[in-house]
Design a protein around this ligand. Structure first.
Ligand code: F6R
Length: 615
């Protein structure tokens, strides 16, 4: 939510800031702005709407200067408008902020009484006023920012520049992400690595409560305890081109097509078919720890929650440990039964989702051991975990999550096998079989993608639908939920995912000739049709009997399902627990082509942002 970028060095920085914002636009696109310090002081340019609007405004008004900050906004307080766009300037101070200041109204009232005039409805503007106040009292910029931070209550990633000390950026972080980039004769700050990847791959992730003064010569870092802290520099292995579109029309399309590579990277070096076991770098689970686990509690949001529902099936089937899956936003505020015998797994692509992070902390505070399944190295959730299992999906820029989902499933599968081996519920022979299936998966993903033309034709045919249902059973039920989420978020078509067996208990009333229904009717395994398959055939016929229009995803070679469906999409077959990794791909491509055909903004759908760092 909201993207921040900042630069200090010797180069003219306005266009560098805009380039950085382009890489952060997935975090929010309600407005954008830059503040650049030049010979004549601070120059702020802001525009409502997409970054394009700011770029248009900057033509002929490019601010000059070699220190600056930029922001792309996802509105929380105050509507999207030029006035509410960041940076906010007061006196000689300009500020960009990501987060929520809970006591801003009280502070604003006090300042107004003292004669301050506010020009926006945001909570952020308070910072500019508070900091300028402290500077007027005689404090230098770092001290003024510290004094202002003492007065606010809430979450923030903050970057500040001031005319008083035009050679420094002052930044601080509390619950919203911030990363520093270390360059040569120049230093950077950003909400996320892709914004600065074109300039440096050496980064420092800020911890909660960190405070930094950044000049072109270096960084002075202070921890939450007020003591100087050594900056731990990490080298990022993502290349700048990994965050580009590479000839695809949208990031989402590129990321769907990257899934074979992403899965290979996630599995590589971890699964040994020969030994029938899994080696998880970053996870310190041993037989004693695993024997002591009485329950696994998973917390996640959105697509990561759907992946977790499948993760539950994998762990319960393979490792025989009871698993509960909670929406992180619900888990936090109930009285969860979690103790030292619980393993809490937080699943998050970004590793920064506020609810997931909050739930993870809650579970850990109750004694649970914390394991993170994350994509972003060094993210908050990863840093707070006892064990980390990274999905190596690479940067996911499209707001709708695709490769993060399939790599999360692969990570869960690896974990389930490891837990099963350590717990003694899985023999080496069965593990070898599972891991062989996993090893074959990237090839099967490539084969699934080859059906894109069939899927695109189906998408065009149904792109005018007002509503759409997705049905699945067993491991395909979470895929139905995920398919529906993907369609609604990027095409704005109302869609619902249901466990197919639930149809009779209400949703079947919705079925008529205007209701397309996507049925995940794959076989349970290569050797048997299976109970889920047989039952879903029954559900499919119930839909058809009521005039519903069926789009079926079916196993390659199946002749039964295509006879019953108006449109049928083949999918390769594998181990039933891994089938969701294949069957979700047609739903991703279907949603993508529906949205593209309808002309929506696929990578930046309305009202959404990639990292939800506020509750
Ligand atoms: C949907 C989507 C969201 C995220 C959710 C959690 O396509 O991307 O539902 O899955 O906001 O995000 P992470 O995984 O970063 O915690």
């Amino acid at each position: 939510m909201c993207g921040i970028v900042g630069y200090v060095g010797d180069e003219e920085c306005a266009s560098l800031l805009v380039d950085g914002l382009r890489k952060l636009e997935y975090r929010g696109y309600d407005s954008a702005g830059v503040a650049v310090m030049g010979k004549n002081g601070l120059h702020v340019v802001r525009a409502k709407g997409k970054l394009k609007n700011l770029e248009n405004k900057l033509v002929g008004e490019m601010p000059q200067g070699t220190i600056g900050i930029g922001h792309t906004r996802w509105a929380t307080h105050g509507k999207p408008s030029d006035e509410n766009a960041h940076p906010h300037k007061y006196g000689g101070v300009a500020v960009v902020h990501n987060g929520i200041i809970e006591n801003h109204l009280e502070l604003k009232e006090e300042l107004q009484k003292a004669g301050h005039k506010f020009t926006s409805e945001t909570d952020t503007e308070i910072f500019a006023h508070l900091i300028q106040n402290e500077i007027e009292k005689g404090l230098d910029l770092p001290k003024a920012v510290r004094a202002a931070l003492k007065l606010v209550r809430g979450t923030y990633a903050l970057a500040v520049i001031s005319e008083k000390q035009p050679d420094m950026l002052v930044v601080s972080k509390n619950a919203s992400p911030l990363v520093l980039g270390i360059g040569e004769g120049a230093n950077y700050v950003a909400s996320d690595v892709p914004a600065i990847l074109a300039h440096t791959r050496d980064v420092v992730y800020l911890e909660e409560g960190d405070f930094a003064v950044i000049t072109k010569k270096g960084i002075e870092l202070t921890g939450a305890n007020g003591q100087a802290r050594k900056a731990e520099v990490r080298r990022i292995d993502w290349t700048p081109t990994m965050a580009e579109k590479n000839g695809h029309k949208h990031f989402m399309h590129k990321e769907i097509h990257e899934q074979a590579r992403a899965l290979t990277d996630t599995i590589r070096g971890r699964a040994s078919v020969e030994e029938g076991d899994v080696f998880l770098d970053g996870c310190h689970l041993d037989a004693k720890i695993v024997q002591g686990i009485s329950k696994i509690q998973i917390v996640a949001c959105g697509t990561s929650w759907h992946a977790s529902l499948t993760g539950k099936l994998m762990i319960e089937t393979i490792a025989k440990i009871p698993v509960e899956v909670d929406l992180a936003s619900e888990f936090r505020y109930r009285e969860p039964l979690v103790d030292k015998n619980t393993l809490c797994i937080a699943v998050s692509q970004s590793g920064e989702t506020a609810d997931t992070l909050g739930s993870f902390r809650e579970a850990k505070a109750r004694g649970a051991r914390g394991l993170a399944i994350c994509n972003v190295v060094g993210s908050a959730i990863a840093r707070e975990a006892d064990d980390v299992l990274y999905t190596h999906a690479g940067p996911e820029i499209g707001v709708a999550s695709t490769k993060a989902f399939t790599t999360q499933l692969a990570a869960f599968f690896l974990l389930a096998v490891r837990l099963g081996r350590l717990r003694g519920t899985l023999s080496a022979d069965v593990a070898r079989n599972h891991l062989e299936n996993l090893r074959e998966l990237p090839g099967l993903v490539e084969r699934t993608l080859k059906y894109e033309d069939v899927i695109k034709a189906a998408a065009y045919k149904f792109s005018g639908a007002r509503d759409l249902l997705f049905l699945g059973r067993g491991p395909q039920y979470p895929v139905a939920l995920e398919g529906a989420l993907k369609l609604k978020e990027i095409s704005y078509i109302h869609a619902e995912g249901y466990a197919a067996g639930e149809m009779k208990h209400g949703p079947i009333a919705l079925i008529d000739e205007n209701m397309p229904v996507m049925v995940l009717a794959v076989r349970d395994s290569a050797t048997e049709a299976g109970v889920n398959y047989e039952k879903i055939l029954g559900n499919l016929q119930e839909v058809k009997a009521r005039g519903g229009r069926v789009i079926a995803i079916h196993s390659e070679g199946d002749t039964m399902v295509p006879k019953l469906a108006e449109v049928s999409i083949p999918c390769p077959q594998t181990n039933p627990l891994l089938m969701p990794i294949l069957s979700v791909i047609p739903t991703q491509l279907f949603s993508y082509h529906v949205a593209d055909h309808r002309g929506t903004d696929v990578d930046q759908p309305r009202n959404l942002a990639k990292s939800v760092t506020v509750e």
